[in-house]
Design a protein around this ligand. Structure first.
Ligand code: HAM
Length: 421
């Protein structure tokens, strides 16, 4: 029996790659204009990093991490997310001493042992960005403006932005106590999971999908009514800046997020198009995290987008692979040989050109050109080689034009330009 891949871990096949490359390239381009630089960190880290940052009582750390002992008996974990590794690297390399290394972006695979379903996988990919060092709400607004810009640029409109504030170390403990007190009064109505975790991680109960928990917490105290003056001011300034930048949003005071490092602003870009996997991007502020990991007292805010989920929402036109620009159909041995050299010359001139080497008939070669969706085709025989010119056929329209073989690359570029105009 042949060996298959691991459940919940997908191959990204050539037929699907166009969408991935489009998203990555758009992210690179857009993030660059907001001053972000790419950082690449390993896919494995010391387990302790995630326990300390994401939080011991979160679902991720309790149930979902791929944790192993390596041959030196060290506990290592496949990264379940990118923020903690990026902060670890930021601290380790003292990037805070560099002028231009406080806005960072990353892309790559993350690993969580979740129950796989559409939009939820065990190896999935994130494109994320982190802005470190400033707590001005303008930065929060700018991060959200960049996220909205990205969604607009890639043509995903079926999403909406929800924001919330989770308070800070001054006001959250008070809210937490109030919430525990409320939940204690409704304990009988909570699901088993929430009965177990309400005292350790009460905010997660607000996010529980069980009908009983939803009903029991419908009138739970709102975090927004328990913010300290500083957090309240921060949250209201953020809203003003978002209005000024024309970023649309809704407030969702029940959005709590599944990672413990958040403070103040949190947000999710949600969709109704993916069933229960409704968050396409998510993030927030983590003002205590860098210090918690042994670094200086620097605030931060960022987000990560789930690339598989973005791909599911992309328009058909973004999913199509780019076809060859030219197919050279060779007639006879001499054309096979000279055509091979011409093919190489064109490729060096950045023309995406294709040719068949299996000795197919002319008819079969043209059929292949069609199947590949080649924009142009050119038949090369003795006559064309003797005269140095051939007929360039536009496959979609069936029209032909005479071209000099040594001017093929500029002729094709001009024709493609004219077609795109
Ligand atoms: P997160 O909400 O855990 O946040 O994940 C961010 C996004 O990754 C989700 O909104 C979703 O699109 C995608 N995602 C998460 N789990 C899966 C999965 N099993 N399968 C497919 N996609 C998934 C974080 O990871 C934070 N590090 C975000 C952040 C950055 N906060 C501040 N900076």
């Amino acid at each position: 029996m042949s060996i298959t891949g691991i459940k919940g871990m997908n191959d990204i096949l050539p037929r699907d790659i166009a969408a991935w490359q489009f998203l990555e390239q758009q992210a690179r381009q857009i993030f660059h204009t907001y001053g972000y630089k790419e950082i690449r960190v390993p896919v494995v880290e010391k387990t302790e990093l995630f326990c300390r940052s994401i939080g011991e009582t979160t679902d991720i750390v309790e149930k979902e991490m791929y944790t192993f002992e390596d041959k030196g008996n060290n506990s290592i974990t496949l990264r379940p997310e990118g923020t903690a590794p990026v902060m670890r690297s930021f601290i380790q390399h003292k990037l805070y001493n560099e002028t231009d290394s406080s806005k960072l972006y990353y892309m790559g695979p993350m690993f969580r042992y979740e129950r796989p379903q559409k939009g939820r996988y065990r190896q999935f990919h994130q494109i994320g960005a982190e802005a470190i060092g400033e707590d001005d709400p303008r930065i929060d607004a700018q991060v959200l403006a960049m996220l909205s810009h990205f969604f607009e640029a890639v043509g995903i409109t079926s999403v909406s932005l929800q924001i919330n504030s989770l308070g800070c170390s001054a006001c959250r403990p008070g809210y937490r106590d109030t919430l525990i007190e409320f939940l204690t009064r409704h304990i009988e109505d909570l699901c088993d999971d929430c009965k177990r975790r309400y005292a350790t991680n009460p905010l997660r109960v607000l996010d529980c999908k069980a009908a009983g928990c939803k009903e029991a917490t419908a009138h739970a105290p709102s975090v927004l009514e328990h913010l300290c003056p500083g957090c309240e001011q921060h949250f209201s300034s953020l809203q003003q800046h978002l209005h000024a930048l024309e970023v649309e949003f809704e407030i969702n005071s029940r959005m709590v997020r599944g990672l413990d490092y958040y403070t103040k602003t949190t947000f999710e870009m949600v969709t109704t198009a993916l069933g229960s996997q409704n968050a396409v991007a998510a993030g927030g502020r983590y003002d205590g995290l860098i210090q918690e990991l042994g670094g200086p007292e620097l605030p931060g805010i960022g987000f990560a987008m789930g690339v598989e989920r973005l791909v599911l929402l992309l328009g058909e036109d973004k999913l199509r692979a780019e076809p060859p620009q030219l197919f050279i159909a060779a007639l006879g041995e001499r054309a096979q040989n000279d055509g091979f050299i011409l093919l190489n010359r064109l490729q060096r001139q950045n023309v995406y050109a294709h040719m068949d080497f299996s000795g197919k008939s002319l008819k079969a070669q043209m059929r292949l050109a069609n199947r590949l969706g080649s924009t142009f085709a050119l038949v090369l025989g003795d006559n064309e080689l003797d005269t140095g010119s051939a007929r360039l056929k536009c496959m979609a329209e069936g029209t032909e034009q005479e071209v000099k073989l040594d001017a093929l690359a500029p002729t094709i570029a001009a024709a493609l330009d004219a077609g795109a105009a």
